[in-house]
Write a protein that binds this ligand. Structure first.
Ligand code: AMP
Length: 439
């Protein structure tokens, strides 16, 4: 199967070749001909499947086939809008679309918050065919009348489930109200809650449905490992694994912003250069951390789920679930950061006793049972025997990359651990309270 045989024109095929794509991914094979036909689309797919080209290539082709009528004020209109949940995803989608549009005269603009609005205003003074935006900043532009959406011909909701999770539904509806009724709508979502189904029903007109296998179903390029570990020794085990295995580029997931900050600080103290990205960091700090990580200058990037949405780093070798996500689908999103485009990746999960119910939910979703590995010195302990949480840096200074074992939180380090060998899994399950995602 070639891109040309899907009906794409020579300019686009050339741009795709220059991107290094040799053949279409499953979502592209399905989506491209359908979008070219002009109808609405409901697609079950997530980042990492090649969905950006799946909607972006036919979008560019359709826009290049017709000429847009100028707005009443004589200015060229915005013709397509892509809404994304996060700034990082908006930046990445726009970058991809720009590469695909290289040999056409179509222009793109990314628009998101956390950065000054002025350069975006200035850019809107020129011809912009495609805007890729997060909902909040787009509405700022709408209210300042710096953008006119009345001629939008195509709308893409990218990662719609995330946008709803993040509370963007009202913003999305306000944005839709600014667009003409007649337009092509494409909705991409990894999951299909009732809320998404409702949105699809309201938004889409006789849509075609496509669904591509989630990464868990094609996980042969991702080796998944699960370590049973004491909650208070997770950080030590993580340092140990990174140092011992000499991993140079590791993406680590925590559940909360606070947890991400704390872990990044602790790893840094352990001699493992680390930074955190999450919703409370300034956009500048997020972009810096991400680009240093992508360039291989930063060894560990600690992220919350939402901040990490859409991060695409080719051939990212290691993803660690420092804490299991509350929502099992997030596990699939997280590990989808590794093992991309056929390269081998490894996804590790550190699982403490309290997380057993979360692990069960993941096992059910991925239809695999997780074999817990236990490293000596890091065994899960019964609740009542938990040692106090170590003070950061108390025992861990100057460890370099060699990790936690035998130094901070390793075997028998706390006398209260040393005497207790009872495996935690023997204890009855207790009701747990979990914090919620706070990003
Ligand atoms: P996406 O799911 O759109 O975020 O794409 C994930 C990654 O796959 C990006 O780095 C794309 O550049 C890359 N990609 C998309 N389509 C192809 C393809 N047909 N062949 C190889 N890589 C691709």
């Amino acid at each position: 199967m070639s891109f040309a045989s899907l009906g794409l024109n020579a300019q686009l095929v050339q741009a795709i070749n220059e991107c290094g794509y040799t053949e279409p991914t499953p979502i592209q094979t399905q989506a491209i001909p359908l979008v070219l036909k002009g109808g609405d689309l409901l697609a079950g797919a997530q980042t990492g499947t090649g969905k950006t080209a799946g909607f972006g290539l036919p979008m560019l082709q359709r826009l290049s086939e017709t000429k847009a009528k100028p707005l009443a004020n004589g200015r060229p209109p915005v013709r397509a809008l892509v809404l994304t949940p996060t700034r990082e995803l908006a930046a990445q989608v726009e970058e991809n679309l720009r590469a695909y549009a290289k040999h056409s005269d179509l222009t793109t603009l990314a628009m998101f918050g956390g950065v000054s609005i002025n350069p975006q205003m200035k850019a809107l003074g020129r011809k912009v065919d495609i805007v890729v935006a997060t909902p909040g900043r787009l509405l700022d532009h709408v209210s300042q009348r710096s953008i006119d959406l009345s001629r939008v011909e195509m709308l893409v909701l990218d990662e719609a489930d995330r946008m709803l999770d993040m509370g963007f539904i009202r913003d999305i509806r306000r944005i839709i109200a600014k667009m003409p009724v007649k337009r092509q709508n494409l909705l991409f979502s990894a999951t299909f809650s009732n809320e998404i189904k409702q949105l699809a029903e309201d938004l889409l007109h006789e849509p075609e449905h496509i669904e591509v296998a989630t990464r868990n179903a094609t996980a042969d390029t991702i080796a998944q490992r699960f370590y049973g570990v004491d909650k208070n020794k997770k950080r030590a085990l993580l340092s140990y694994l990174i140092g011992h295995n000499n991993w140079q580029q590791v993406l680590v997931f925590t559940r909360t912003k606070h947890g991400a900050n704390r872990l990044a600080m602790q790893l840094d103290k352990d001699g493992l250069p680390a930074m955190a990205i999450h919703g409370d960091k300034s956009q500048g700090a997020r972009t810096r951390a991400l680009s240093q990580f992508k360039e291989g200058k930063l060894r560990v990037l600690v992220a919350t789920d939402i901040a990490a949405r859409g991060i695409d780093i080719s051939e990212l070798p290691h993803v660690v679930n420092y804490e299991l996500p509350h929502v099992a689908e997030d596990y699939v999103h997280r590990i989808g950061r590794t093992g991309r485009a056929g390269s081998q990746g490894e996804a590790l999960s550190l699982v403490c006793f309290e997380e057993k119910p979360l692990l069960k939910a993941i096992e059910k979703l991925i239809k695999q049972s997780a074999q817990l590995e236990i490293l000596p010195g890091y065994e899960p302990l019964p609740d009542s025997q938990q040692p106090p949480i170590e003070k950061p840096g108390a025992n861990n200074r100057g460890r370099g990359g060699n990790g936690g074992r035998g130094n901070g939180g390793g075997r028998g380090q706390n006398p209260r651990n040393a005497n207790n060998k009872a495996p935690r899994s023997n204890r009855p399950n207790q009701p747990q309270r979990h914090g919620r995602h706070d990003d």
